[in-house]
Design a protein around this ligand. Sequence first.
Ligand SMILES: CC/C=C\C=C\CC(=O)SCCNC(=O)CCNC(=O)[C@H](O)C(C)(C)COP(=O)(O)OP(=O)(O)OC[C@H]1O[C@@H](n2cnc3c(N)ncnc32)[C@H](O)[C@@H]1OP(=O)(O)O
Length: 273
Amino acid sequence: MEEKYSSLEIVEESPNSGVFFLILNRPSRRNALSREFFSEFPKALHALDHNPEVKVIVLSGAGDHFCSGIDLSLLGSTAASSGSSGSGETLRREIMAMQDAVTALERCRKPVIASVHGACIGGGIDIVTACDIRMCSEEAFFSVKEVDLALAADLGTLQRLPLIVGFGNAMELALTGRTFSGKEAKELGLVSRVFLSKHDLHQAVRDVAQAIATKSPLAVVGTKTVLLKSRDLTVDQGLDYVATLNSARLLSPDLTEAVMAQKQKRKPVFSKL
Ligand SMILES: CC/C=C\C=C\CC(=O)SCCNC(=O)CCNC(=O)[C@H](O)C(C)(C)COP(=O)(O)OP(=O)(O)OC[C@H]1O[C@@H](n2cnc3c(N)ncnc32)[C@H](O)[C@@H]1OP(=O)(O)O
């Protein structure tokens, strides 16, 4: 993990834990998403995905907030520069590259847990809805803010949020842009757990990440892949996909190791990816 990023930081939780923090690291701008972010984020996720030491990724924000959305100066300059081309083609390409940066979260085979405190606004919601698990503190607040900037959210929120909170809730949140609390995010199902304090959140996220890191990496990666694939397929197609995947993976030594460890009442030792 040698590469240095200007908008991000990567920190290993503790040596050999398998848990790595990917931190949005621009606290002076409340972790607003800069041009650098959109090129660095997919590279960082690719590097984490391909590092066999990494089992689980925790995505968090430095400072008092998770993410204040797109950098408003980037939004201004993107609109101004692409307006001159006339066809909208340049802007379309830029939007698609930004979408790709967010979708890199799903493309990464390792699970990503979003740990949200403070603000999670606009582009922040695009990001968390592409994560695999979301948790927050009670003081966290969320807004699908794009409508207030005269925009339809275009980096994934309108596609993924309805699958998480239901169509009607997503429609209401996106059309009003209203701010909702960490507690409401839990009631809506946007986050699976909410904690009294940022400290409790961080402890719980660590515990969950460490629990996942003890499992067979092959099984964890397989589970994420199958769930995401199946989300976009019929049940029949999803069953077909998992049958094909497992017919190769059941041959892995991890299965024998898991069964032996259960019998011998010891912790299993799984192979790295
Ligand atoms: C092609 C389109 C693709 C994607 C589009 C995405 C759309 C969106 O993301 S919409 C959402 C846009 N974001 C916002 O509207 C949020 C704006 N920020 C805030 O509401 C607040 O800053 C806050 C996040 C609630 C935090 O409040 P607070 O802790 O009181 O900090 P501030 O004093 O407000 O901010 C400190 C400093 O940061 C600058 N800043 C904050 N957010 C952004 C941002 N999104 N972009 C650029 N800069 C931001 C703020 O201006 C302050 O700067 P100073 O120079 O210190 O004054």
